[in-house]
Design a protein around this ligand. Structure first.
Ligand code: F6P
Length: 525
């Protein structure tokens, strides 16, 4: 066994955390702040363009110490170096987990099956760079000699969500190319995407690590048929490229070898946007910006690898999330980016987090008796405030939140940005500190509602004490987005290690696929 098999609930740290939880579970964030006016500074971290404030969680210095002990006692440090050095930590699939190598600024050779992968990565990046430059500049043309205007990414899951989210998030940096994403095997989705496209000027990027995924292959075949209604077969190599590990099947589809961008088994689908799976990102924003995204991720990798746990952002956010999940029994976490650009970020994280840590068997193969991965949801604020935040503020469930915001807006419309950010700060304050009976009473009295005070009071009280983290970033740049995504990737890893599960397989998606295939074949008879 490569990763240690340690049941976290048997550690001393877990036992002490259970006792500590009983001591502080009723404590209110209002009191914690009153006791320590420096709480905000004491529970925050600065890292490059990032300011992380985790003071609005029901934690004390002792909680953090005990959680860090939990990380130590589950041998996190060792696991981190095992991951980065390419050990086979994805044991159930017999694979290393090296998406971090794709963005390593100072690569040391890492050998897999006797081959230095840093070389393969560099070659693939060179190929991507050349291809993107040719398409963007118009040097590479379609079958009638016209430059490309539209790109369609055909893929699903990790071959869609990451690229789609990043292209949407970084549209401020986009060039003239129009990007489209087809994922669902819903034919109407495909038709809606291609109905206004000109086959002469559209480039199709089929992204499938396995090149066996039903949705992607069905969509790719439908699109090829549509393309051949206008073009001849020999035009396919000019308009269809692929990202895959399955060279044989891609070539059988009609794509030429030189138009295949590599993927590797040591990169999981949901962690693959850093590889040539990110081709559509690089086409949309240019390779230079794509490289910036990688560099930002690399900076977070470095921070994660080298910073002591008590100041390590991914580690701390993981531990706090474990505190909520396993001690406060929180079932879900809400992700609230205060930027419309990041509206797809929670959806992207749903796959990254839930496909990784939705496991109920430990690394020994035994059924787990404690909670593992939580339910992730959310969308852009302030829209969320006018939709579901009522339940987070006054409902019966305790839902920890991550607020993600930017100091500056990209177009510099300060009036809007000040309003947006006022809401950003107001939400986490309202959740944490609430509004007491006394405050509500005063308000009602002030507004002349004396007669109705008694009746209205209970409905207007906010208990507060709802936990949240605030991730404040200078601006939404490719580099900062890279760091943000990497932060959550490492959070997933840390939680998987502590929960003693394998985060990098996803057998849970297989049964549905098998049954769908059987049902489909039965319907054909
Ligand atoms: O079904 C889940 C999954 O295997 C994801 O993990 C993956 O990202 C997605 O399907 C797509 O797989 P592929 O890139 O092989 O088409």
């Amino acid at each position: 066994m490569i990763l240690k098999n340690i049941n976290p609930t048997t550690t001393n740290a877990w036992k002490e955390l259970s006792i500590h939880f009983e001591e502080i579970k009723e404590i209110h964030l209002r009191d914690l702040l009153n006791e320590n006016p420096n709480r905000k500074e004491d529970f925050s971290i600065e890292f490059k363009d990032f300011h992380i404030d985790y003071s609005k969680n029901r934690i004390t210095k002792k909680t953090i110490d005990l959680l860090v002990s939990l990380a130590d006692q589950t041998e996190l440090k060792n696991a981190i170096s095992q991951q980065f050095s390419g050990e086979i930590i994805n044991e159930t699939e017999n694979r290393a987990v090296l998406h971090t190598a794709l963005r390593n600024i100072n690569p040391q050779p890492i050998y897999i099956d006797g081959k230095d992968i840093t070389e393969v990565i560099q070659n693939s990046q060179n190929k991507m760079e050349k291809f993107c430059e040719e398409v963007i500049s118009g040097q590479r043309k379609g079958y009638t000699g016209k430059p490309f205007t539209d790109i369609v990414n055909i893929g699903i899951g990790g071959s869609d969500l990451g690229p789609n989210m990043v292209v949407d998030a970084l549209k401020f940096y986009k060039n003239h190319l129009n990007l489209h994403f087809v994922s669902n095997v819903d034919g109407d989705h495909v038709q809606e995407t291609i109905k206004n496209l000109n086959p002469e000027t559209t480039l199709f990027v089929i992204v499938s690590k396995t090149f066996t995924t039903q949705e992607t292959l069905t969509n790719a075949n439908t699109i090829r048929e549509w393309f051949l209604n206008s073009a001849y077969k020999e035009a396919i190599p000019k308009h269809f490229v692929a990202v895959s590990t399955n060279l044989k099947s891609v070539q059988e589809f009609g794509i030429e070898k030189e138009n295949i961008f590599p993927m590797w088994n040591w990169v999981g689908g949901r962690f693959s946007l850093w590889s040539s799976v990110g081709l559509s990102i690089s086409l949309a924003i240019g390779f230079k910006n794509f490289k910036e995204l990688l560099n930002g991720a690399s900076e977070m990798d470095e921070h994660f690898k080298t910073t002591p746990f008590e100041k390590n952002i991914p580690v701390l956010l993981s531990l706090i999330s474990i505190w909520h999940n396993n001690f406060f029994n929180c079932e879900t976490e809400v992700i609230l980016p205060y930027s419309q650009y990041l509206n797809l970020f929670p959806t992207y994280l749903q796959q990254a987090i839930m496909e990784s840590n939705g496991k109920s068997v430990d690394r020994n193969g035994d059924k787990i008796k404690y909670q593992t991965g939580g339910v992730i949801w959310g969308s852009a604020g302030t829209n969320s405030q006018h939709a579901y935040m009522q339940l987070v503020h006054q409902g019966t469930k305790l839902i920890p939140a991550d607020f993600i915001g930017f100091k500056e807006s990209l177009y510099g419309n300060n009036e809007h940005h000040e309003k947006l950010m006022a809401n950003f700060y107001a939400q986490s304050e309202a959740l944490a500190f609430g509004k007491s009976k006394e405050e509500v009473h005063l308000d009602l009295k002030f507004n002349g509602a004396l007669k109705t005070i008694e009746r209205l009071l209970p409905f207007k009280v906010f208990e507060g004490n709802k936990p949240s983290n605030t991730i404040l970033i200078n601006a939404l740049t490719p580099r900062n987005l890279g760091s943000l995504i990497a932060l959550y990737e490492h959070k997933i890893f840390v939680q998987g290690i502590i929960w003693n599960i394998f985060s990098y397989d996803q057998f849970g998606v297989e049964l549905g696929k098998e049954l769908a295939h059987k049902i489909f074949l039965k319907g054909k008879k």
